[in-house]
Design a protein around this ligand. Structure first.
Ligand SMILES: Cc1ncc(COP(=O)(O)O)c(C=O)c1O
Ligand SMILES: Nc1c(O)cccc1C(=O)C[C@H](N)C(=O)O
Length: 429
């Protein structure tokens, strides 16, 4: 113990014992990479010497994207110009690319449409869901731990439709839902802790009370099986710039359960969702099916970059991705336990596989400074207020060597940046 409170203790060097164990861990990581059936996919991404563990915020660049976008710009836009809406398939891209995402989230073709941001799709899903709910409904439930944008949009949607909003922890939703609940909006994986919520169980409980289930898949799509159709989810949204690697600001998607599609009344009924968009009818008639989820002219460059990014998934099973994700996060947690000075970090990500997404979040004092130190040494994760270090594992390109290196460098940074000491207690006078 330090003799003078408030004075940081000198950094401790790792013991020779830890160094020997580290050599063993490196060898183990190499073996795991050699045996990894997904290892070859890493070459399909542009990566460098940096250990990139921030794919849960912005996925890495798939190598196929720049060439595809160069062709879209030079040929489809530069030469074909307006003809590309039909000849290059621009007009139908939102549904076509929706069908490419569909198998990754357990949806049949015709249930996913791509376009707009996640926030805009949350608005469509929540208002569209409220419009389909029973007449006596007076409230919606919102995941109390949600990424903030969902909460902001849900509160605005509720105000517009005259319903109340009740924040509820995901684990309590099944007990809190009542016959007055129109729907619940829940994050599948918590952005801060990486905890995986029980989509089948919560969806079932909502349905038993007559409410709809609306899921935000931003932190699960592309990292683990979702099973939207199998679990009868009503509506879902998600972004494509994290584990789907679509690029900064790539368009989000909306899923509508097949049996609800022709009851879905969009709160943003733009001309692209009209049954006859070129009829120029002043009266609105919604298109059949998932096309109803569209709004206005799609962002073609981003949409086609996403389409090229999704080619990486050809022949990849989401179950294999999940197996690797759990192995990576297990291995990282083991390495952190070995390298981090005792008591300096605490995982807020569940150890139970059934409750874990594809990131590890470590609570740590001076987390912002610790993440700066990691980034300076070439390990990129991120920091979320007030004290969480996040490390995202993208099984398509993250290796076990990455996981070991990140934990080892974390140990070094923690030893160099001693814990904040509590203020000395005053004498009360
Ligand atoms: C769960 C969740 N929902 C929504 C968003 C963002 O929404 P948008 O794509 O509109 O920025 C994020 C991340 O930015 C998120 O983590
Ligand atoms: N969407 C982002 C952006 O436009 C800039 C920076 C970060 C993001 C993110 O995706 C943040 C992310 N959803 C999170 O979990 O914190």
């Amino acid at each position: 113990m330090s003799e003078s409170p408030g004075t940081p203790e000198p950094a401790e060097a790792p013991s020779p014992d830890v160094e020997a164990q580290a050599a063993q861990q490196v060898a183990h990581a190499r073996r795991l990479d050699t045996d990894d059936p997904l290892a070859a996919l890493r070459d399909r991404f542009t990566l460098d010497d940096v250990t990139y563990l921030d794919g849960n915020s912005l996925g890495a660049l798939p190598r196929a994207v720049p060439g595809r976008i160069a062709d879209v710009i030079a040929r489809e836009w530069g030469e074909l110009r307006i003809r590309s809406w039909t000849e290059s398939g621009w007009w139908t891209a939102p549904e076509r690319i929706g069908d490419k995402i569909a198998p990754l989230i357990g949806a049949a073709p015709g249930r996913v449409v791509v376009g707009d941001s996640t926030s805009v799709n949350v608005f469509k899903a929540v208002v569209g869901g409220i419009r389909m709910a029973g007449k006596g409904c007076t409230e919606i439930l919102v995941d109390a731990t949600t990424f903030p944008t969902d909460g902001y949009i849900a509160r605005s949607a509720a105000r517009m439709t005259g319903l109340a909003v009740r924040p509820v922890e995901p684990a309590r939703i099944s007990d809190e839902v009542t016959e007055r609940t129109a729907l619940a909006l829940v994050n599948h994986v918590d952005y801060r802790t990486g905890a995986l919520n029980d989509l089948p169980g919560i969806t079932h409980a909502l349905h038993s009370a007559g409410a709809l289930a609306v899921w935000d898949l931003c932190h699960s799509a592309g990292a683990l099986p979702v099973g939207l159709d199998a679990h009868h989810v009503d509506l879902a949204v998600g972004c494509t710039y994290k584990y789907l690697n679509g690029g900064p600001g790539s368009p989000a998607y909306l899923y509508i359960r097949e049996s609800l599609q022709n009851r879905f009344e969009s709160p943003l009924p733009g001309w692209n969702s009209h049954a006859e968009p070129f009829g120029m009818d002043p009266n609105y008639t919604p298109a059949d099916g998932i096309v109803r989820g569209r709004v206005g002219t799609p962002d073609i460059l981003s949409l086609l970059a996403l389409e090229a990014a999704l080619d990486v998934w050809e022949d990849v099973s989401i179950e294999d991705v999940r197996t690797k994700s759990l192995a990576l996060t297990d291995f990282f947690l083991d390495c952190v336990a070995l390298y981090a000075p005792p008591g300096r970090v605490r995982s807020v990500t569940p150890y139970d596989h059934r409750r874990r997404g594809s990131q590890v979040s470590l609570e740590c004092s001076r987390a912002g400074g610790v993440m700066d130190g990691l980034i300076r040494r070439g390990v990129v994760g991120d920091f979320r207020e007030p004290d969480v270090l996040r490390f995202g594992f993208t099984p398509l390109y993250t290796s076990f060597v990455d996981a070991e290196r990140a934990a080892r460098v974390l140990g070094e940074v923690l030893r160099e940046l001693p814990e904040e000491q509590p203020e000395p207690a005053g004498d009360g006078g």
